[in-house]
Design a protein around this ligand. Structure first.
Ligand code: HEC
Ligand code: HEC
Ligand code: HEC
Ligand code: HEC
Ligand code: HEC
Ligand code: HEC
Ligand code: HEC
Ligand code: HEC
Length: 655
């Protein structure tokens, strides 16, 4: 996942754990170079020698004019990495399934036939000032035009600039775009991204869970320093610190996207053996044949929060991850590392900064809380540390021939067939006789409450504008909610129930100890309470749960709209987006609402949605725990009381 949003007051100091290199400072010399390709000296007016004798060349299939291709990271087969094309001849099926995976399309070279975002002469205005972006296509190349960026010194103050888009990141939920800065192969990040679900442009800062900002930065060099590690195959940033403190990156990678050799290791010799009959060792790695820890580390190089060792070399599948990277956990070692970094940056309250940074990745008990960091979860899971569980216990990276799912169904989370909806993920190791029955689950067979995943891998992690299943396998307990603020599995599904209700059942069914609770914890639904007084990260999870079919089935839904309405006016963009989606899933018309509209407009838009709820018939049996009265609607005084207590601590989830 992307590291973190750029917010005005925090600058760029938040991603210390993952940061590899400091910021690029673009020098004026670079500006000079840029001039050669910017819009006022249009590249497209003097395109590469065309193969066509007449008419301008239209660029497509990710082919760029050579002078433009020179300004983005380069593909270079090296260190035995030879690229996915060389596998297809012998592994047609594996190649085909990989081709349909989101791994392949994580990084793509952009031409207008290979882009998700709408570049068709579109203008996007953001913020109160407002900031204007214009998106256009010219002979198959995509362009973004924007105003002066404070981090770039291109052009005169106030002058607008036009940049060609050379690369994209992502294809499943959203797509981000990169343009060349003219400093070697250094890239800048477009401040707006295209959101697939909503089919619209939004600020990149709004895709993260962080305080709202009206500053939309271009994050020079982020791809070269950071994203390259996990979004391409065998990348090398090729950065150089110049004397004037500017950087030039000449990044190269064996392949854009996550291709065969990212999981199977360099294959040159493998091909030499099988195609050319050379008698050399075949180094090819199959994660399915590795011991479970090395297998999980194949994925863990990218699917974890980690920090490269001093010598920045890429992780090679089959080798221990610890050779190249240290997985960061909420421990004293990481705390000390962060302390030193914050001291260097002259932070005043170092301990508070470390705490805040940790909270962006982990719950208070150390459980990882963000998307894309599943390997951190496995490292804290007994099934992996005491047993042989690895990622491919549940996931299948190549869909098999007998699997009836469509490519799309499989590609979404790449689960083994059926494992996302039944107990097989767990009963492959744990006796179904013992666990897959009412004696253990206390829910009737067939009830969503009887599924292992729903209690042991609840949706308590966050990322990509949704809740995600925690990959730390734990059992529901009251302590996690009372002491660490994490919604427990029972209350994430039974949204209308109190903590006391869950606590009593856990005591009765599993012999857990009841914990002392406050009066509110005894009488107000845990979800309702978090929606009003929780911190932004908790609110996001509850807003998502109110749109989750399984929770809606058991919690009754007639009471949820006023809560979602409050969250549609939240101060965090991401919370508003998720609340709006769940509101729509309740069947209310949210088409007049824009989550990034200015606050004054938004308030009216939310009122229109709430009116639909007020005039609808409601169930006569709403429980008192949800503070909604059948006759009068919401119990205003209670809602106000809880809102006044809201935990307004600053949250930046660093996906
Ligand atoms: C440590 C590895 C790592 C780094 C570094 C990293 N990412 Fe990611 N990224 C991931 C993983 C893993 C996912 C998939 C998460 C999921 O699907 O739950 C992901 C997903 C994404 C997505 C969503 C893709 C989609 O198809 O919807 C975007 C966008 C993204 N990352 C952007 C970035 C950007 C921009 C950077 C650099 C600033 C970056 N990431 C750095 C590992 C990383
Ligand atoms: C000329 C044919 C040929 C080409 C090209 C080729 N392979 Fe193979 N590959 C084979 C054969 C044959 C086997 C089965 C070898 C065996 O069972 O020992 C195999 C097996 C494998 C395996 C499974 C190994 C195991 O131990 O289970 C992987 C993974 C693999 N290849 C990856 C690749 C990748 C990645 C590429 C492209 C970079 C590639 N292969 C290119 C012929 C080829
Ligand atoms: C993201 C990781 C990943 C990528 C990318 C990937 N594979 Fe695999 N591959 C696996 C894993 C894991 C297995 C073990 C079986 C499974 O999970 O499907 C596997 C199994 C294989 C096998 C053994 C036969 C089988 O299906 O079990 C071959 C051959 C293979 N892959 C070739 C390729 C080729 C060729 C590509 C690229 C075109 C590729 N793989 C891309 C992870 C990956
Ligand atoms: C080189 C880095 C890298 C490696 C190695 C890697 N992944 Fe990923 N993985 C990513 C990124 C980046 C994404 C986001 C792609 C997207 O969703 O667009 C991702 C996405 C995924 C997804 C979600 C797909 C979706 O969009 O629904 C799953 C599941 C996954 N990876 C599992 C694995 C497993 C299992 C392995 C090991 C066998 C593995 N990955 C190896 C980087 C990597
Ligand atoms: C015990 C089973 C299990 C194991 C082990 C497991 N996963 Fe998952 N994973 C799941 C389930 C279940 C989902 C959610 C599937 C769904 O709802 O469609 C999931 C989802 C994901 C997603 C997508 C998250 C999202 O919603 O965007 C990624 C990425 C992922 N897993 C990566 C990994 C990686 C990497 C490993 C190993 C470090 C791993 N998983 C181990 C069961 C497992
Ligand atoms: C590859 C085998 C394997 C898989 C798959 C697996 N487990 Fe486990 N699990 C184990 C082993 C081994 C232990 C450790 C038992 C012990 O302590 O002796 C364990 C321990 C546990 C524990 C106790 C945790 C603790 O901290 O003591 C729970 C709960 C659990 N597993 C639930 C699950 C659930 C739910 C799933 C599916 C989502 C699952 N396991 C999948 C092998 C597995
Ligand atoms: C994914 C959703 C889900 C999860 C998680 C879940 N349940 Fe349930 N629960 C249900 C459903 C559906 C029913 C009604 C059907 C049935 O009895 O199985 C239910 C029924 C119940 C009932 C009986 C009906 C009532 O309202 O009194 C109790 C008690 C209960 N659950 C407690 C719990 C506890 C305690 C947990 C956590 C350990 C839990 N549930 C986790 C979905 C869930
Ligand atoms: C309604 C919630 C719920 C469901 C569904 C559920 N569990 Fe559990 N499970 C628990 C709770 C609560 C505990 C903790 C018990 C304790 O503290 O002793 C637990 C404990 C466990 C343990 C560790 C304790 C032991 O006895 O070794 C395992 C393993 C386990 N469950 C496996 C499973 C499997 C496999 C499934 C699916 C077939 C499953 N559970 C479904 C709630 C659930």
């Amino acid at each position: 996942m992307p590291d973190d949003p750029t917010t005005p007051d925090s600058g760029r100091k938040k991603d210390l754990l993952t940061a590899s290199i400091a910021l690029v400072v673009i020098s004026l010399g670079v500006y000079g170079m840029w001039k050669q390709i910017n819009a006022s000296d249009p590249l497209v007016e003097r395109p590469v020698p065309s193969t066509q004798s007449t008419g301008p060349k239209i660029f497509k299939n990710g082919e760029h004019p050579p002078q433009m291709a020179k300004l983005r990271p380069q593909i270079e087969h090296r260190d035995g990495y030879i690229g996915s094309e060389s596998c297809a001849e012998c592994h047609k099926d594996n190649h085909e399934s990989w081709f349909h995976s989101y791994h392949r399309t994580m990084t793509q070279v952009v031409t207008s036939d290979r882009v998700m975002g709408d570049f068709n002469n579109v203008e996007v205005s953001l913020g109160p000032k407002p900031e204007r972006y214009k998106l256009t296509i010219d002979r198959g190349l995509c362009w973004i035009e924007m105003g002066q960026q404070d981090r770039l010194q291109f052009g005169q103050p106030g002058e607008r600039q036009k940049f060609p888009i050379v690369m994209s990141t992502g294809s499943h939920h959203q797509q981000a775009y990169w343009f060349p800065l003219g400093a070697g192969r250094t890239l800048g990040l477009a401040p707006i991204v295209y959101l697939k679900e909503a089919r619209r442009w939004i600020p990149r800062t709004s895709t993260f869970l962080g305080p709202h900002t009206d500053v939309f930065g271009v994050e020079p060099s982020r791809w070269n320093t950071t994203c390259i590690h996990c979004h391409s195959t065998h990348g090398e940033h090729g950065g150089e610190l110049l004397e004037d403190r500017s950087f030039v990156f000449n990044s190269r990678t064996a392949e854009f996207g996550i291709s065969c050799e990212a999981c199977h290791g360099p294959a040159e010799q493998h091909v030499a053996v099988h195609r050319d009959g050379h008698e050399v060792d075949d180094p090819i790695v199959n994660p399915a044949d590795l011991p479970h820890d090395l297998s999980a580390q194949t994925c863990g190089g990218c699917h974890s929060l980690n920090e490269p060792h001093k010598k920045r070399v890429m992780h090679i599948p089959g080798q221990p991850l610890a050779k190249t990277r240290k997985v960061s956990q909420r421990d004293e070692e990481s705390a000390e590392f962060l302390r030193q970094e914050y001291l260097k940056r002259g932070e005043e309250d170092v301990e508070a900064a470390v705490e805040a940074e940790f909270n962006g990745y982990f719950w208070a008990d150390g459980m990882v809380r963000i998307a894309g960091r599943e390997y951190n979860g496995l490292l804290e899971t007994a099934c992996h540390t005491k047993g042989e569980m690895s990622c491919i216990s549940c996931h299948k990276l190549h869909k098999s021939k007998s699997d009836p799912r469509s490519w799309k169904e499989w590609a979404d989370d790449q689960m083994k067939h059926g494992y996302e909806t039944n107990d097989k993920s767990c009963t492959q190791c744990h006796e179904s006789k013992q666990f897959a029955n009412i004696k253990h689950t206390h829910h009737a067979a067939g009830s969503s409450g009887s599924l292992c995943l729903n209690c042991h891998m609840p949706h308590s992690s966050y990322g990509l504008l949704k809740a995600i299943r925690s990959h730390t396998i734990t059992s529901p307990n009251l302590k996690e909610s009372v002491e660490y603020g994490r919604p427990n599995a029972c209350n994430l599904c039974h949204l209308d129930k109190t903590l006391e209700w869950s606590g009593k059942k856990l005591a009765e069914w599993y012999g857990h100890k009841m914990l002392p609770l406050t009066e509110d914890q005894k009488k107000i639904s845990a979800a309702a309470s978090l929606a009003l007084e929780g911190d932004a990260a908790q609110r996001a999870l509850i807003a998502w749960a109110m749109g989750w079919e399984q929770a809606k089935e058991v919690s009754s839904t007639d009471w949820m709209a006023p809560y979602l309405a409050v969250m549609m006016n939240d101060s965090y963009d991401a919370v508003r987006y998720i609340a709006q989606r769940s509101m729509g899933r309740l069947g209310l018309d949210v088409s007049g609402y824009d989550f990034i509209a200015l606050p004054k407009d938004r308030t009216n838009q939310v009122e229109q949605v709430v009116k639909q709820w007020t005039s609808a018939r409601r169930s006569p049996n709403l429980p008192g725990t949800v503070l909604v009265d059948q006759q009068t609607g919401v119990v205003e005084s209670e809602v106000k009381r809880l809102l006044a207590r809201r935990n307004n601590r600053r949250i930046v989830l660093t996906e």
